[in-house]
Write a protein that binds this ligand. Structure first.
Ligand code: NAP
Ligand code: ZN
Ligand code: ZN
Length: 349
């Protein structure tokens, strides 16, 4: 089946309209008509080949929501008409320790929703900037939000789970002070989720213009990180920091804000390394520097249900598919309030 999509033929080419094929649903597959797809900074890193290993044509998009249009004979969890989501992965080995623990995101055989190996043409996965996707039922999530919120649910599938998972793993909650660094797609979800978990939330932004927004999103305190004195005033005050910044920067400025035994989790994935932090900033207070990648399928469902229960969605700006290249330029300038979402009905236009 041929469907309309948006993607790039090379790292130095803009995204353009193209046609791709989707397999007929197998016995365990769910076929989804994609209504909306969020625009993640990882899409941009991949399309522009800022990370190693991009294959073309590249059709990004891993914040997918839509409606089931067909299911295979052995699918029991989903029916045509169901509202569903697909996040950053569409397959994994299904039998390793990570898969058995529901941490498919850490499986060595994890297959990304785009740019991953597949038997389907053209030999690598093609993502959500497309009208339809066919996914094994194990990797399909149920959306319980009201349908009117569907577009704003899309970013939960990556930005939501990528911040939810470390917040849960490092026990964000009442009595904990949590810093969120970088108020973009991930960061704005991090503020909302940490707040809903009951933590005291401190937002760190390079953009003075986001000060008011960060407070409205739920931050108890907002620090403009270009102000060294304002940063220093928070020294040894945070239990946990989730750093979402998409570019290399000074980690010491934030490590020193952790209390004894505090942890700084890197989720931002810049194309070039951060300068190495000072070892003494770790040693002196037994601080930890960690990383975290998206979240497993069970935890992604838990996050979606948590958000439905707490009325949490992303703050979005809807775009047409043909506006994607301009949206990428704005994302590079940090000018996103706070996630672009493609209206996939415009793919055929
Ligand atoms: P985004 O919407 O572009 O947000 C990134 C934010 O970082 C910006 O809005 C900006 O916030 C801040 N920033 C500060 N200096 C910057 C600079 N020089 N360049 C760019 N941003 C700067 O991106 P996103 O979609 O949230 O993704 C953030 C990063 O996380 C990307 O590297 C992405 O690939 C990565 N990611 C990782 C995972 C994972 O599993 N670990 C999952 C998804 C995405 P302020 O204006 O507030 O400073
Ligand atoms: Zn993403
Ligand atoms: Zn596995």
């Amino acid at each position: 089946m041929t469907v309309n999509a948006y993607g790039a033929h090379a790292a130095d080419k803009p995204l353009e309209s193209l046609a791709i094929t989707r397999r007929a649903p197998g016995p365990h597959d769910v076929q989804i008509e994609i209504a909306y797809c969020g625009v993640c900074h990882s899409d941009l890193h991949t399309v522009k080949a800022e990370w190693a290993g991009t294959v073309y044509p590249c059709v990004p998009g891993h914040e997918i929501v839509g409606r089931v249009s067909a299911v295979g004979a052995h699918v029991h969890g989903f029916l045509p008409g169901d509202l569903v989501g697909v996040g950053c992965m569409v397959d994994s080995c299904r039998h390793c320790a990570d898969c058995e623990d529901g941490l498919e995101n850490y499986c060595d055989g994890m297959v990304g929703t785009y740019n991953g190996p597949t038997a389907d043409a053209p030999g690598h996965t093609l993502g959500g900037y497309s009208e339809r996707i066919v996914v094994h039922e194990r990797y399909v999530l149920r959306v319980r939000h009201p349908e009117e919120q569907l577009a704003a649910v899309a970013p939960l599938l990556c930005a939501g789970i990528t911040t939810y998972s470390p917040l849960r793993h490092w026990n964000a909650g009442p009595g904990k002070t949590v810093g969120i660094v970088g108020i973009g797609g991930l960061g704005h979800m991090g503020i909302k989720l940490a707040r809903a978990m009951g933590a005291h939330v401190v937002a760190f932004t390079t953009s003075e213009s986001k000060r008011g927004d960060a407070a409205a999103l739920g931050a108890h305190e907002v620090v403009v990180s270009r102000d060294a004195a304002a940063l220093a005033a928070r020294a040894r005050s945070l239990d946990l920091i989730v750093d979402t910044v998409a570019a290399p920067h000074d980690l010491d400025a934030y490590l020193t804000l952790l209390k004894r035994d505090g942890t700084m989790v890197l989720v931002g994935a810049p194309a070039t390394p951060h300068p190495s932090p000072q070892v003494f900033n770790l040693i002196m207070k037994r601080r930890a520097l960690a990383g975290s990648m998206i979240g497993g399928i069970p935890e992604t469902q838990e996050m979606l249900d948590f958000c439905a229960e707490h009325g949490i969605v992303a703050d979005i700006e809807m775009i047409r598919a043909d506006e994607i290249n301009g949206a990428y330029e704005r994302m590079l300038r940090g000018d996103v309030k706070y996630r672009f979402v493609i209206d996939n009905a415009t793919l055929g236009a």
